[in-house]
Design a protein around this ligand. Structure first.
Ligand code: MF3
Ligand code: CO
Length: 249
């Protein structure tokens, strides 16, 4: 399928959805604390997005049972919120999507609860920097591989590994549109980036190996070697100039 180019009306709806996502993630980052059940975060997310007039996009997507993904420590993505209690020192990734006026926003952040060790801080920092390197490469006239390569180079130069079995993606009317946006690749390869393309860029980094496994609930994805993982994501639009981050408050 061709990569969708959004018009101004569609971009406006995505800004609205993106703003809701950013606000929800801000509230969640400020709420998460030791002793909390992950289901409480899910309830907050759903309540907040509905209060803004939006809808949670994950709920019901391929049967996903919640509004939010909460992935802890060796869990990378797609953790289903439930009765698990968050502990001090946990590395908590929060991934949320919203729909407004028929268009989508998708973003993720990772926080540490309580005191973080050096390795954890380094991982979070590198994942955040990798996201920003990927976003900086999302420029009209460049290629998709420029984004992938920027993420991989940033992550590996800091001694971390990018997950290969899950990727970012085009986004718009649907949560997942063409193209896939891998977090590894070669510059100057892949489709040309054009003004109006909207991409969810989402590096997932580990302190160990890139291999993953899926849990018994058929959703949660963890590192095979038990190493720590972090995940940051923004929905971004390619423009004439600077990339536009749509998932900002
Ligand atoms: N942000 C995730 C993604 O880009 C959300 C998918 S979780 C699901 O794929 F539950 F909705 F599948
Ligand atoms: Co995504």
């Amino acid at each position: 399928m061709a990569i969708g180019i959004k018009n101004e009306r569609e971009l406006q709806a995505m800004r609205k959805a993106g703003c809701m996502v950013a606000r929800v993630l801000d509230v969640l980052s400020g709420s998460v604390c030791a002793g909390m059940e992950t289901a409480e975060l899910d309830e907050i997310a759903e309540r907040e997005v509905r209060a803004m007039g939006g809808r949670p996009s994950f709920k019901g997507y391929r049967g996903y049972p919640a509004s939010l993904c909460v992935s802890i420590n060796d869990e990378i993505v797609h953790g289903i919120p439930g009765r698990r209690v968050i502990k001090s020192g946990d590395v908590v990734s929060l991934d949320f999507g919203a729909i407004a006026d028929g268009f989508q926003g998708d973003a993720a952040t990772t926080v540490v609860v309580g005191q973080a060790g050096m390795l954890t801080m380094g991982l979070l920092d590198a994942t955040w920097e990798s996201l920003n390197a990927g976003i900086a490469a999302a420029r009209a006239g460049g290629r998709l591989g420029d984004i992938s390569s920027a993420i991989q180079c940033c992550a590996e130069s800091r001694g971390f590994t990018v997950v290969r079995e899950y990727t970012g993606h085009g986004i718009g009317h649907a949560m997942h549109e063409d193209p896939l946006v891998p977090n590894f690749g070669e510059p100057g390869t892949g489709p040309e980036l054009k003004k109006g393309m909207t991409l969810a860029i989402e590096p997932m980094l580990t302190t160990g190996d890139w291999r993953t496994k899926v849990g018994r609930d058929k959703w949660v994805v963890s590192t095979l070697d038990g190493s720590l993982a972090a995940h940051f994501e923004h929905t971004v639009a390619v423009t004439d100039g600077e990339p536009e981050i749509m998932t900002k408050a």
